[in-house]
Design a binder for this molecule. Structure first.
Ligand code: PLP
Length: 497
């Protein structure tokens, strides 16, 4: 069955999977969504015997129906190889009453690698399929992890350039060091004097700037996006929920058809939306538990049905979740609006004009599978300490936000359903916050001393990604005002102003 993709803001637009990947963003600022969610008609006993790559093929081939089996297998094998430090790709670790799905074994030690190691291959394949002549310029806004993962994925990929914008004072020191030391002729990294939402809005504006697109085309370029709005990132993320379910079954933790809950530390709503799609494919997922940090706009939304970004932006110890506009929520809104592009577009118009919108009671009714809560900064630190003290397992700050919300959920509901927590980053990526949470004595140490200490107390080997940046020289030092982002892009591409 062929799956086409439509625009959340324009019912007229219908494209193939490869076109959706290539375009990134749909027209009028909308997002591409599959017109139907295919069922995964493979029994769990069979999935349980498959490798990660094989599960990836089963899931992705159902969504990316204009890719040939050979093309898709090539993309999968090029992505999920020795760049990951474990054959399992996404191991499931039982600790402290939950199952942690470790999504941080790729090149940049955060879950963004799960999708961004395959996106360049999907994109290059899509470009070939659609006879694209222009060079593709990947434009990305990052709250810290996407940037590095995209840079690593696209570095030196022929026929592409990548430009990453990040909030100059809004990412962790290690995240920044990882980005500004990125090698590759085709890579550029720019700090902006603003926060992530401003970076993301700036990028979205460039995507929908027709005059800029013309100038780009004349110079032989076209934009695409590596942000989680690209369907080519969403689809690979569905895979690990299917894989996790199959592994739970394989290990005898659940019986056939037994339901599980999933907890996801959420920012842009991409990861949890992938879990929702996995559920819609037929994976027995009961509750989708959406965990926020103190930027708890989603918690408020699930409770009240009002999405309101008019609030103070809080810088937390889980910076990849410091987001007030969760772009991928639009895909869920579209869905609960009865796949009505017009209704969705008018809500999104309210969001951009007034910074808020309210869904109807009928729409809210359809959010029953979701549970939202948040973890404060203090609670996050407590969770890291208590999980470490109870079993020696060290969580990163983002995963700790999820674990904190899971604790609240259990207390509130007494639900005993087996639960998978998406573990989205290695503690090595947020060493200072993690170590300070465990013991204040670490406060006086340097970042690199802390890394050694973390290795000692956790017994986990220092990842290659961290070893790499200890000595790497800074190669990018551009900083700009938010308003200057388009000019900076032209400068980098050497387009006449
Ligand atoms: C990006 C990121 C998140 C948030 O994921 P979304 O898909 O944006 O909701 C959570 N944790 C880490 C470590 C991340 O890098």
């Amino acid at each position: 069955m062929e799956i086409l993709y439509t625009n959340t803001r324009d019912a007229q637009e219908k494209v193939t999977a490869s076109q959706a990947i290539l375009n990134g963003l749909a027209g009028h600022g909308g997002l591409y969504v599959p017109m139907t969610i295919p069922k995964l008609d493979v029994p769990v006993e069979k999935l349980a015997e498959m490798t990660y790559q094989e599960v990836a093929y089963e899931v992705m081939s159902r969504f990316l129906t204009d890719f040939t089996p050979e093309e898709l297998k090539h993309c999968i094998d090029s992505a999920y190889d020795s760049k990951f430090d474990t054959k399992e790709i996404a191991p499931l670790v039982k600790a402290d009453g939950a199952y942690y799905l470790e999504l941080f074994h790729g090149a940049t030690i955060a879950f963004k690698d799960m999708a961004l190691s395959i996106l360049p291959h999907l994109l290059i394949t899509a470009a070939k399929k659609n006879h694209v002549k222009n060079e593709i310029v990947i434009l990305t806004a990052t709250s810290g992890d996407t940037g590095k993962a995209a840079l690593a994925g696209f570095a030196d990929v022929k026929g592409t350039k990548i430009i990453v914008f990040y909030p100059k004072n809004g990412v962790s020191p290690i995240q920044e060091k990882q980005m500004v030391t990125q090698k590759g002729e085709n890579t550029s990294v720019v700090g902006i004097k603003g926060n992530f939402d401003q970076a993301q809005t700036g990028v979205k504006q460039m995507f929908s700037d027709a005059a800029l697109a013309r100038e780009m085309d004349e110079a032989g370029y076209q934009f695409s996006s590596a942000n989680s709005i690209n369907i080519g990132r969403l689809v690979p993320q569905i895979v690990y929920y299917v894989y996790a379910y199959a592994q739970m079954y394989k290990k005898g933790e659940i019986g056939e058809g037994e339901k599980i809950n999933v907890v996801v530390p959420t920012g842009n709503f991409g990861n949890i939306l992938a879990a929702f799609y996995a559920k819609n494919m037929g994976i027995p997922i009961e509750k989708l538990i959406c965990a926020s940090n103190e930027n708890k706009v989603l918690y408020d939304f699930f409770r009240t049905g009002v999405y309101d970004k008019n609030r103070e932006f809080v810088l937390t110890s889980s910076p990849s979740m410091d987001i007030l506009i969760s772009s991928n929520l639009e895909r869920l809104i579209y869905r609960i609006a009865g796949e009505n592009a017009q209704a969705n577009a008018s809500l999104m118009k309210e969001l951009s004009e007034e910074g808020k919108y309210t869904i109807t009671p009928g729409m809210k009714e359809q959010l029953k599978d979701f549970y939202g809560n948040y973890t404060s900064e203090e609670e996050t630190a407590q969770v890291i300490r208590s999980v470490y003290e109870s079993c020696g397992y060290v969580l990163d700050t983002h995963t700790a936000v999820a674990a904190g919300v899971y604790k609240k959920y259990c207390k509130e509901t007494q639900d005993t359903t087996k639960t998978v927590i998406a573990s989205t980053a290695s503690p090595y990526k947020f060493t200072r916050s993690v170590m300070n949470a465990i013991d204040e004595k670490y406060d006086a140490m340097t970042d690199f001393q802390l890394i050694n200490e973390l290795s000692k107390i956790s017994g986990v080997k220092i990842p290659q990604a961290i070893e790499d940046i200890r000595t790497a020289p800074v190669l990018h030092n551009r900083v700009c005002e938010v308003e200057a982002m388009p000019d900076v892009v032209k400068e980098i591409l050497k387009i006449e102003k």
